[in-house]
Design a protein around this ligand. Sequence first.
Ligand code: HEC
Length: 299
Amino acid sequence: MGQHRFSPTFVLMLLAGAGAPTSAVAQAERGIWDGVYTEGQAARGATEYGAACASCHAEDLGGNSNAPSLVGVSFMFLWEDRSLGDLFTTIRTQMPTNAPNSLPAQSYLDILAYILDANEFPAGEDELGADLAALGQISITADAPTAVAPTVVAPVAIAQASSSPSPTWVTLGLGGGHFGEVSLAALAGLARQRGPHLFALRSSVVTDFDDHVYDIGLLYGRGTRGQGTGGRRSVGIGLALVSVDGLTGEDGYTIGVPLAVEMSRNGPNIGLGVQGFANLNSVQSFAGAVVTIGLGRLR
Ligand code: HEC
């Protein structure tokens, strides 16, 4: 699926104050990476997929020995560089194999939206419509287009050019914690999601202003997204370096096991949530709960 790099588009847009020019780009050339369906539509499609398609293509769209997978590499193998119009027509005229064209056109569109969602093409503001000519214009490409309109200011253009389909975001959190004393807790992380897999580089600090502990580590987790609600739940566990010199008075590090549980509500570029975190280690375990803001490409 090409190269995926972290793209701080959102942050750069804030810095450059360039919200307006970017939306002009989105309108100039509406491709599959610009959000051609809505989350609500994909949620309807999920239900209809369950009723009409899952018996052969499986609940997770992974297919079975007869029916091909509708996600990932095998989907792109069949459909890369073909148009959404082709895919729509194929599904409508051939599926389900035992009753082609048996669903209303709207249901086929909703199911198509669900398939796009499952393949991690981003959702947007407008639903996928039945206009075949328009669907024929949208081609299924493996990576976000690199071309941008010349009206865009330079930093945004660079960020857009390297934009990636893998959701990647920064989380900042502030709240309360505990390491023997009730304290202030803060947290910062950079997270990236590939399907259900979450990878995060995270640092947390708990301080009562006299003493403090902090860690920096890598976490692996799993995330699920509530269908159509924009809600996300995730859990993670990892390995971190823990600084305990704020407690022992000497320079000291130990290895700890960081844990995290988060619930959030996410728009495409911003999310708000709560996170509980802990670090278990042999010198001074600590834990906290923070209110989080996520910025970046969220799912
Ligand atoms: C009774 C089993 C069955 C059901 C139900 C079914 N399919 Fe299929 N599907 C197949 C088989 C078998 C193939 C591969 C052979 C073919 O292309 O006809 C296939 C192929 C496909 C393909 C690939 C076509 C191509 O030419 O690349 C897509 C896309 C697809 N199905 C989507 C769907 C959708 C969407 C639904 C629900 C509306 C659905 N299928 C329901 C059995 C089924």
